[in-house]
Design a binder for this molecule. Structure first.
Ligand code: SF4
Length: 203
């Protein structure tokens, strides 16, 4: 295990955020399917990591009720899914960056994902590839801004980063970067857990 991974695990534990480490996606998904009860409702926050692991479909096929706005086609249904997800038994998402001090750093446009990570669902499980580990909060913000254009292009947004690949702290009406959160320690009333996978997942 790399030093940066060891440091991050130790720091998360110090911050009272339980963490499980897996060498690959398969073992992590097996663990998650044991951890999430088949009668649990599951909310999912926008996450390429969760989507690519196909967890939304695996859980649905198993009989879980899944609320994931990416699966909705109408804006009003997506909003409804965001709200119900924020009160689910289990909320699944990733983090934009994880520091070696055990902090979760995220930037959202709407804010449903970051608020649900802090308060609302009974249990929150954050699945994160080791590619998202950075030294500190400054590096975390840089990492997020350096990768933001991928989301902008994926969502076909009219933002400068979608065209140039670089952030210019835009004033676009479609700006994705409106809310920045740093989770320093376990949020008091939230059962927040990290699944750390030693792979490159998401961006
Ligand atoms: S602030 Fe604007 S340009 Fe910068 S990453 Fe966000 S959406 Fe892109």
């Amino acid at each position: 295990m790399e030093d940066k991974v060891k440091n991050t695990i130790a720091a998360l534990e110090k911050n009272k955020i339980p963490v499980k480490y897996f060498e690959n996606e398969e073992k992590a998904v097996d663990f998650l399917l044991q951890e999430i009860g088949s009668d649990n409702s599951v909310g999912i926050g926008g996450s390429i990591t969760i989507f690519n692991l196909n967890l939304h479909q695996i859980l649905k096929d198993r009989g879980n009720k899944v609320y994931f706005h990416w699966l909705e086609t109408k804006p009003e249904d997506a909003d409804s899914a965001r709200l119900i997800a924020s009160r689910a038994d289990v909320y699944l998402t990733s983090t934009n960056a994880l520091t070696e001090k055990g902090q979760l750093v995220n930037i959202d446009g709407i804010g449903n994902r970051v608020t649900s990570m802090i308060y609302g669902p009974k249990k929150v499980i954050v699945v994160c590839g080791t590619n998202k580990i950075v030294k500190n909060v400054d590096e975390a913000i840089s990492r997020i801004k350096d990768n933001a254009y991928k989301n902008s292009q994926r969502l076909k947004l009219n933002t400068p980063c979608a065209i140039t690949g670089k952030c210019n702290d835009c004033d676009s009406s479609q700006r994705m970067c409106s809310v920045t959160t740093i989770i320093d320690k376990k949020p008091t009333k939230t059962d927040l857990n990290i699944i750390l996978i030693d792979k490159e997942l998401g961006y």
